[in-house]
Write a protein of this length. Structure first.
Length: 332
């Protein structure tokens, strides 16, 4: 009995892995909603910034686009530094909200990003790995031996803060940490990367992680299509399903829709398969209300639960809600 259950599970997983899948993308709103109210940004010079994190964040912010439109407007940091010097204000990296409000209003910024970067950390530990080699030329006997290895963990963290100039308060603040682990054994040909090189890489990742939270973005994921009839199809109906799937694979969604609608009519609207696949087509095209309608119909036709339909039914509602929030963020 246990063997039979294992074989059924394996077969289900195998079939799922072989099912036709399509790429779908959907807009996801920025995690920090208030950042959408202050898109004219100045990035200050950070404290202890040996990795040029402030420049990396500024560059990453300037590259953020949604549908070929820049999301942020960057105010030159030299203007910020000039005001700091002229007014003889203290800039310790994490600029005070009151100072940011005063300077931001003078340079035309709506928000200020400041930060304090930690020192790069490096931690080494040693261990041994077992190896084998031939004891003689004919390799009839093997010899086991150990080699000494080094594990190095290089880390970086930064305290980052985004301040609303008009309100004079903190929009978002966080400490972001990242690290990379490397190993080298005495018989390896490759060496561990330079500490400064790794620190620069970590700084780039921290910049992307920070900006990611402030910006709407597209999320890409894979969706499974239904390839098998949910009841006994005629030869013509099976052909309609087969052809529609081929057109979806070729990204000919207009033709796929034509054959799926014909299949819906041919089955007297009793089959959830074409409704679901048509919902996927509409989701790919960004017609979310249509996709929701088709998924709801497919869901109503289910007798036994179908994972793909249940997932789609819940997913499209999240997508519609996210789309509404994102459009508000983009319009501000």
């Amino acid at each position: 009995m246990q063997l039979l259950t294992t074989l059924v599970l394996f077969f289900a997983l195998f079939m799922s892995a072989c099912s036709q899948k399509v790429n779908v993308r959907a807009l996801v709103p920025a995690q920090v909603d208030r950042a959408s109210l202050v898109k004219k940004v100045s990035v200050t010079s950070f404290k202890n910034d040996s990795v040029a994190l402030s420049a990396k964040i500024e560059s990453t912010l300037s590259q953020q686009t949604i549908d070929n439109k820049h999301y942020f407007t960057i105010v030159n940091r030299s203007d910020f530094n000039k005001i700091i010097q002229e007014k003889k204000l203290q800039s310790s990296g994490l600029v005070e909200a009151s100072t940011a409000a005063e300077i931001g209003s003078l340079i035309g910024a709506e928000s200020i990003i400041s930060g304090d970067v930690s020192n790069v950390t490096s931690s080494d530990s040693y261990y041994y790995e077992q190896r084998t080699k031939c004891a003689d030329k004919k390799c009839k006997k093997l010899i086991k031996y150990k080699v000494r290895c080094l594990k190095r963990v290089i880390g970086l963290s930064a305290d980052l803060r985004m301040i609303d100039v008009n309100r004079g308060d903190i929009i978002y603040a966080d400490t972001i940490r990242d690290s990379s682990e490397y190993a080298h054994c005495s018989d390896d040909s490759e060496i561990i990367p330079d500490k400064d090189q790794v620190a620069d890489y970590l700084a780039q990742r921290i910049a992307k992680s920070f900006v990611y939270r402030l910006t709407p973005h597209y999320r890409n994921f894979r969706v499974v299509l239904l390839e098998e009839p949910d009841f006994s199809y005629s030869d013509n109906q099976e052909k309609l399903l087969e052809v529609s799937l081929k057109y979806i694979e070729q990204k000919r969604y207009d033709k796929a829709e034509q054959f799926l609608v014909e299949l819906i009519d041919s089955t007297d609207q009793r089959s959830y398969v074409p409704f679901y696949n048509l919902g996927v087509v509409k989701e790919i095209q960004g017609s979310y209300s249509d996709a929701q309608s088709y998924y709801a119909t497919a869901d109503s036709l289910m007798i036994e639960p179908v994972e793909e339909i249940s997932s789609a039914y819940l997913r499209i509602q999240r997508t519609i809600n996210n789309e509404k929030i994102t459009q508000k963020q983009l319009a501000r």
